[in-house]
Design a binder for this molecule. Structure first.
Ligand code: SRM
Ligand code: SF4
Length: 549
């Protein structure tokens, strides 16, 4: 049996004796978390970096439990399989709001690394990942992030991931509720200690990852239905601002589950409280043995929806205490058309918001700096990230739009306008850096979408989601078309040989009436060459009204 580290400022001190007993006979990850508290990562990274800098050790001598597991609590994911000794560093960017100073810092952080490894990605949780990071560099980058009021803590393995909010918060004419103050409050509750510093042990040892998203209006740009907690803005019958709460949505190899509605409406001021109460129940009662069943949905099913609601309300101090009500009726506006993100859109009489396309969300050190400069010049230094891996510059004066377009056209890999297919590609990391990937995704997504733009024209945007394996980080089941890495066979020199391929899903929906497409329409399409292009062109013609050029 492992000895349990349980000091007063540690994650394990929040676990009851009963939970610790379950963890002791739990999965490998649970044993690693017990034997040395995960909060150690927050200071270990400085100790390891100093020892390497002084020549006393090398990254190879750091224990694999620290290197590959515990350092994830500092946002450091060792890419042992693809780039040994180098990390991907995942940040926390609540609501996807980034300042020009922070964007400039991302570019500078990867400047010293080889150019093809030292890149920056916008993720499918409107977040940032820096790549090519060494142990020595990580400690300096974390200090730089903290100085800019941002952190990488609590962003990987068994903690709460980036809090997703509406990218049009505060600037959408159809908004019900601005999500920015709330995503900030939830983030602060999770990661800041009472003295305001980064790193709070309270919810740092959960049974598994946990996703929270808030939608401020009917567009549901946050994809609430695939989050463990999805808050849908909805006024109460008395006109108070708040949210209907859906719970348990997630995607994984084992299971893809759409969230289920609770009979619960949460007033704006009790959102943080209900997050705390669900997280407490999940931390204390969630599965600790079988990681495939350690997501919130399994606990909800154990309770049943009604009993689960009672349990979280009890934890929150009761229905009246928090001003909670029964689920409120949400009237779907007639003929509501989902707003566009990309392109120029009126914000008020003088200003516009401008959505810029970042192909597959990949930024370079150069494009980070160039985007920071654009934001300083045109959008009061503000940049917004989207779950579709693009960016928005808000508050651009209409009189500046022509100059902005000219400036954007000088930047590689940032597009002022993009085709209806290329502009709507989403892609997970894939085999370039991800050890779980079955196929390369970002490069294929770019090649295939460019070929499709040559072959067909489509009457409206087609969202194509690429994901390198069934974990579905690229959310294939949400896409109009989803492509998921899978085995395929191809005839080469008269013989059938195994090649990288994709399963193709058709018909996922997002927005007011979301739908997850769980079954692929076609399996095992080889990825290299033209076959996948031909199959997709056919689907575009049949299902999406495309016309061949
Ligand atoms: Fe993910 C594991 C990348 C969003 C479901 N995901 C991984 C790892 C950490 C695996 C690994 O160690 O290599 C990937 C790191 C690759 C790398 O080098 O970047 C990885 N996931 C990503 C990102 C970067 C994809 C992207 O290119 O944008 C996204 C980071 C979001 C963030 O900022 O935090 C990302 N992952 C998602 C999503 C989408 C979402 O959150 O809306 C999902 C499905 C939703 C969900 O989680 O329920 C998702 N990732 C997974 C899973 C399956 C979870 C499960 O319960 O089994 C894994 C595997 C795991 O955790 O064991 C996984
Ligand atoms: Fe890696 Fe698979 Fe996630 Fe893509 S979907 S980033 S290949 S784990």
């Amino acid at each position: 049996m492992n000895s349990v580290s349980k000091g007063s400022d540690m994650a394990n001190s929040y676990l009851s004796d009963e939970t610790i007993t379950r963890c002791e006979s739990g999965s490998k990850e649970e044993k690693v978390k017990l034997s040395k508290d995960v909060t150690s990562a927050w200071s270990d990274i400085d100790t390891f970096a100093a020892a390497i800098r002084s020549g006393k050790t090398s990254w190879e001598e750091i224990s694999p439990d620290d290197m590959d597991i515990r350092l994830k609590w500092a946002g450091l994911l060792h890419r042992r399989k693809r780039t040994p000794g180098k990390f991907m560093m995942r940040l926390k960017v609540p609501n996807g709001i980034v300042t020009s100073e922070q964007m400039r810092f991302y570019g500078e952080s990867v400047e010293g690394f080889e150019e093809d490894v030292g890149v920056v990605d916008i993720t499918t949780r409107q977040n940032i990942q820096l790549r090519g990071v060494t142990v020595e560099a990580a400690s300096t980058i974390i200090a730089g992030l903290h100085a800019l009021n941002q952190t990488s803590f609590h962003s990987a393995l068994d903690n709460v991931r980036n809090i997703v909010g509406s990218p049009l918060a505060g600037i959408s004419p159809t908004e019900i509720l601005n999500t920015i103050p709330l995503t900030t409050k939830i983030n602060d509750m999770l990661i800041r200690s009472p003295d305001g510093t980064f790193g709070n042990p309270r919810f740092a040892n959960l049974p598994r990852k946990f996703n929270i998203a808030l939608s401020g209006g009917d567009d549901d740009f946050s994809h609430c239905n695939i989050n463990d907690l999805g808050f849908h803005a909805c006024k109460s019958s008395e006109g108070e601002l708040g949210f209907n709460l859906d719970v348990g949505g997630y995607m994984s190899i084992k299971r893809v589950a759409e969230s289920v509605p609770l009979n619960l409406w949460v007033p704006e001021e009790s959102v943080v409280k209900i997050c705390e109460s669900v997280l407490t129940v999940f931390r204390d009662e969630g599965e600790r043995k079988n990681r495939q069943k350690a997501r919130l949905m399994w606990l909800i099913e154990e309770y049943g929806v009604e009993k689960f609601t009672e349990r979280i309300l009890e934890e929150a101090g009761g229905k009246e205490e928090g001003g909670f009500k029964d689920r409120q009726e949400h009237v779907i506006r007639e003929n509501y058309v989902r707003q566009e993100i990309l392109g120029v859109h009126a914000q008020d009489e003088e200003r516009s918001r401008v959505g810029l396309h970042i192909p597959t969300g990949r930024l370079t050190r150069y494009s980070c700096k160039a985007i920071a400069d654009l934001a300083d010049k045109y959008s009061d230094g503000e940049i917004r990230l989207t779950v579709c891996q693009n960016i928005i510059l808000p508050n651009v004066l209409n009189s500046d739009l022509i100059a902005l377009e000219a400036d954007v056209n000088l930047i590689d890999n940032v597009d002022f306008s993009a085709g209806l297919i290329e502009g709507n590609v989403v892609s997970c990391t894939g085999a370039q850096f991800c050890g779980l990937a079955m196929v390369e995704t970002k490069a294929n997504a770019r090649r295939v979408s460019a070929r499709l733009e040559e072959l067909v024209t489509v009457p409206k945007a087609v969202r194509m989601h690429w994901t390198g394996c069934p974990n579905s980080c690229g959310q294939a089941q949400c896409g109009d078309i989803g492509l998921m890495g899978a085995p395929a066979r191809k005839e080469i020199d008269g013989k059938k040989v195994a090649v990288p391929g994709v399963n193709i899903f058709v018909g996922g929906k997002i927005g007011e009436n979301p739908f997850l497409q769980l079954e692929p329409r076609i399996k095992g399409v080889p990825l290299d060459g033209e076959e996948v292009v031909d199959v997709l062109a056919e689907i575009l013609v049949k299902d999406f009204g495309a016309v061949r050029r």
